[in-house]
Design a protein around this ligand. Structure first.
Ligand SMILES: NC(=O)c1ccc[n+]([C@@H]2O[C@H](COP(=O)([O-])OP(=O)(O)OC[C@H]3O[C@@H](n4cnc5c(N)ncnc54)[C@H](OP(=O)(O)O)[C@@H]3O)[C@@H](O)[C@H]2O)c1
Length: 219
């Protein structure tokens, strides 16, 4: 199984790389920084460039494509940017990045294929605060795109959405203990999810092959 993954350097991306690799998948990882085991791809690039890079990385094509690239609006200096600047960044990376990669990979599937996009478990139910409304806006757009895209590319390609609660990746590490416990108390899941659990859910989703358009909550 050949699996293309954007955001391979992120917390969930690394967990996917490790788990899928252990189980014999051939991972084609994409990152925006050069690295020994990854292909260069910034998802804010022009869609023709994205298409070219996706095709060059796997001339014999893909079985699965996972869109994990996501903007960090919560840690470091990003947190201090204005509301609209953070929304623009989420829009460019999470929303347009997911849409551009999903469209670009279609010609590189052989007979059948699976695309998995990533949203957030509270995108439609809502949560208090600026970060939640920013994140919810972008992730709800991904849910909307995926629902229609699933219907457009079926039956050859299945499109799924994975919607995790808060996952303990790099942004969680940037929070104080007090902030971490406040975030999680306000969340639907009431617990931090391990990136390995998200990777396991992705693996199950691919292998159980539910109907296209399925949204899987991991919380
Ligand atoms: N963590 C959570 O609580 C949570 C919850 C729900 C959904 N998600 C979603 O799950 C996905 C992965 O999250 P994560 O927690 O693993 O995040 P992460 O650790 O911050 O990783 C994000 C990944 O996206 C990459 N990226 C950022 N901008 C990019 C760009 N312009 N082009 C290409 N790659 C880019 C990062 O690359 P660099 O290493 O170069 O920065 C990194 O590999 C994201 O879509 C996120 O929104 C996360």
């Amino acid at each position: 199984m050949r699996v293309g993954v954007t955001g391979i350097t992120g917390g969930i991306g690394q967990a996917v790389n490790e788990l899928f690799g252990k189980r014999g998948a051939d991972i084609i990882g994409f990152a925006r920084q050069p690295g020994p085991l990854q292909y260069l791809l910034d998802v804010t690039m022009h869609e023709s460039e994205i298409s070219r890079r996706i095709g060059e990385a796997a001339p014999t094509g893909y079985d699965v494509w996972i869109n994990l690239a996501g903007a960090d609006i919560l840690s470091g200096d990003n947190r201090k940017k204005s509301y609209l600047e953070r929304l623009q960044r989420l829009w460019d990376v999470d929303v347009l990045g997911t849409i551009k990669c999903s469209r670009a990979v279609i010609p590189y599937f052989q007979n059948t294929g699976t695309i998995i996009n990533v949203a957030w478990d509270e995108a439609l139910s809502g949560a208090p605060g600026d970060s939640a409304s920013l994140y919810g806006t972008a992730k709800a757009a991904i849910l909307g795109f995926s629902a229609s895209f699933a219907k457009s590319v079926m039956p050859k390609i299945r499109v799924y959405v994975l919607s995790p609660g808060w996952v303990a990746t790099r942004w969680a590490k940037s929070l104080t203990e007090e902030q971490k416990s406040r975030v999680i108390q306000q969340s639907a899941s009431k617990k931090w999810i391990a990136p390995e659990d998200v990777a396991e859910a992705l693996w199950e989703m691919i292998h159980n092959s539910p109907p296209s358009g399925t949204i899987m909550m991991v919380n």
